[in-house]
Design a protein around this ligand. Structure first.
Ligand code: HEM
Length: 431
C-alpha cells in the first residue's frame, strides 16, 4: 500500500480480478483493511477512488462535485441501462427528464399497483395449485415451483399493465426472461453478458414498436401511464424523444419492476428463516410489512455500488479528487455500516420502526433527492409491489419448503439464493 497524504492507494497493477472475486465486499474489505473510508485503486486500467460511509454518501450526491457523464461503462449501457437514458444525463437536461419520471409516480398510480399486484398473485397462485408443476424442476419433482422464475413472470405482467405496455399471454415468458437477462447480464462475463446484450436488442425492438404505435394512436387506453408519458415527452427544445431513446426510458420502467423478483425471493427466504416474520407480515400491524420490506432492501445484496465522475478538482478527506476521475460509492457497505446500523448483519425489521429517514445512510436505490439527483424514481413502486407481494405470499398461499440450498454468493453480481426458492404443495387460499 502507498499512502498519499493519508489516503491508501492499493499497490497492485489492477484490482479488476479482485473485484470480480470479491463482488459486493470489494470496497468494504479494503476499507476495513486500511481503516479508511476512502482508497484509490485501478480497475480495467483506470484510476478509481472508492468511498464509503454516510459522509461519503453526502459528498457523492452533491451535484456540484460529480457528474454521471461517461461514468457508466459500455458493458452496463449494453445490458442494464441502454444508451442515452436518464442515467447518463446531467444538469438541466437531467432535471427535465427526471421530472417526467417523477410525474408518473403519482399517489393514484402508486395505489393502482396495489390492485394490479394482488390480481396477478391471485391468478398465479391458482395456476400453481392447479398445475402443481414447474418446468425447471418438473422432470424430477412435478409438484414444485421455483419462486424466482415465477415471480419474474408475475412482475412482468404487473410492469406491463401498470406502464401501459400491451403483453399477450403467449409472450409473457420470453419477455420476462429477456428483462431478467438485462439485469443478470451486467455483472457477468462471457455467456451471461452476451445473453444480456442480445436480450437488450430484442427488448428495445419490442418497445420501439410500442412507442411508434402509441404515437400513431394504435394503442388505446394508455393515458396516465408511463408509456404515454414517455412517448409524448418533449425535451427542453420542445422535441419528442427519438423512438430509440423513448424505448430506453420505457425499459427503464419495466426492467426494474421485473428486477423486484430478486427482493421478493429474498423476502421468501427471510420469512422461511424467521418464521415469526411470516405471521407478523400476514397481520401487518404497526406498519410491519413496510418495515419488513425496508429491512429486505437493506440486508440483502442487490446494487453493489454506484459510479460518478468528478466534475471539477476538489479535496475531501486529504484526497485530491481530480476532474474526470471515476468514483465508486459503496452502496452495500453503507447499508451494512455499523456506525449507521446496530448489528448490521442481523435481520431485524423492527429497526425501521422509528427510523429517521436519513437519505444518505440507507441507499439501496441511491441517496439524496429524487428530483435534483440520480436517486431511483421507482422506490415507491418497489416498496408498494414488495409489500403487496410479500403480504400475499405470507397470508394467502400455503406451501412447504423442501430441503434446498438457500445460500447466496456475495462474489456474484447480482446475486440470488442458489435454489431460487423452491416451494412444494402450493395451495391458494387464506392461511
Ligand atoms: C429492484 C428494485 C430496484 C433497485 C435495487 C433499484 C436501484 C437503483 C439504483 C441504485 C439507482 C441509481 C442511483 C444512483 O445512481 O445514485 C437507480 C436509478 C434508477 N431507477 Fe431504480 N431500482 C429499483 C427499482 C426501480 C423501479 C421499480 C423503477 C421504475 C419504475 C426504477 C427506475 C430507475 C431509474 C429511471 C433510475 C435512473 C434515475 C436517474 O438517473 O436519475 N428503479 N435504481
Amino acid at each position: 500500500m502507498n499512502v498519499i497524504g493519508r489516503v491508501p492507494w492499493e499497490k497492485t497493477l489492477d484490482s479488476s480480478l479482485a473485484l470480480w472475486m470479491e463482488g459486493y465486499e470489494f470496497i468494504q474489505n479494503r476499507c476495513r483493511k486500511y481503516q479508511s473510508d476512502i482508497f484509490i485503486t485501478r480497475l480495467l486500467g483506470e484510476k478509481v477512488i472508492c468511498i464509503t460511509g454516510e459522509e461519503a454518501s453526502k459528498l457523492f450526491y452533491d451535484n456540484q462535485k460529480f457528474t454521471r457523464k461517461g461514468a457508466a461503462p459500455k458493458r452496463i449501457q449494453k445490458t442494464l441501462f441502454g444508451k442515452n437514458g436518464v442515467q447518463a444525463l446531467d444538469g438541466n437536461g437531467h432535471k427535465h427528464r427526471k421530472a417526467m419520471f417523477m410525474s408518473i409516480m403519482t399517489p393514484y398510480n402508486i395505489k393502482r399497483l396495489e390492485v394490479i399486484t394482488n390480481k396477478y398473485w391471485e391468478i398465479s397462485a391458482k395456476e400453481w395449485e392447479g398445475k402443481n408443476a414447474i418446468k425447471r424442476m418438473a422432470f424430477f419433482n412435478p409438484n414444485q415451483i421455483v419462486l424466482f422464475d415465477e415471480v419474474q413472470k408475475i412482475m412482468c405482467k404487473i410492469a406491463c399493465e401498470w406502464a401501459g405496455v400491451p403483453l399477450s399471454k403467449s409472450e409473457t415468458g420470453r419477455r420476462a426472461a429477456d428483462l431478467g437477462k438485462l439485469v443478470d447480464g451486467f455483472g457477468g462475463i462471457g455467456l451471461r453478458y452476451y445473453e444480456g446484450c442480445h436480450a437488450r436488442m430484442r427488448t428495445e425492438k419490442w418497445i420501439r414498436d410500442i412507442i411508434t404505435k402509441i404515437r400513431h394512436e394504435k394503442i388505446p387506453e394508455t393515458k396516465n401511464t408511463a408509456a404515454y408519458a414517455i412517448a409524448w415527452h418533449r425535451n427542453l427544445k420542445g422535441k419528442l424523444l427519438s423512438t430509440q431513446v423513448a424505448a430506453v426510458e420505457l425499459i427503464n420502467i419495466i426492467r426494474p419492476i421485473v428486477a423486484i423478483a430478486t427482493y421478493i425471493t429474498f423476502g421468501a427466504v427471510a420469512m422461511y428463516e424467521h418464521p415469526e416474520s411470516r405471521i407478523k407480515l400476514a397481520r401487518d400491524e404497526n406498519n410491519y410489512a413496510l418495515n419488513f420490506v425496508q429491512e429486505i432492501r437493506r440486508y440483502y445484496p442487490f446494487t453493489p455500488f454506484v459510479g460518478a465522475r468528478v466534475r471539477n478538482d476538489f479535496v475531501w478527506n486529504c484526497c485530491l479528487f481530480k476532474k474526470n476521475t471515476l468514483v465508486l460509492l459503496d452502496v452495500y457497505g453503507i447499508d451494512h455500516d455499523s456506525r449507521i446500523w446496530k448489528k448490521p448483519y442481523s435481520f431485524h425489521p423492527e429497526r425501521f420502526h422509528n427510523w429517521n429517514s436519513n437519505p444518505y445512510g440507507f441507499i439501496p436505490q441511491g441517496g439524496g433527492d429524487y428530483y435534483e439527483g440520480h436517486r431511483c424514481p421507482g422506490e415507491m413502486v418497489t416498496i408498494e409491489i414488495m409489500k403487496e407481494s410479500l403480504k400475499y405470499l405470507a397470508a394467502k398461499i400455503n406451501y412447504t419448503v423442501p430441503r434446498q440450498n438457500l445460500t447466496y454468493r456475495l462474489c456474484r453480481i447480482p446475486t440470488l439464493p442458489r435454489s431460487r426458492f423452491i416451494m412444494k404443495k402450493v395451495k391458494a387460499g387464506i392461511r
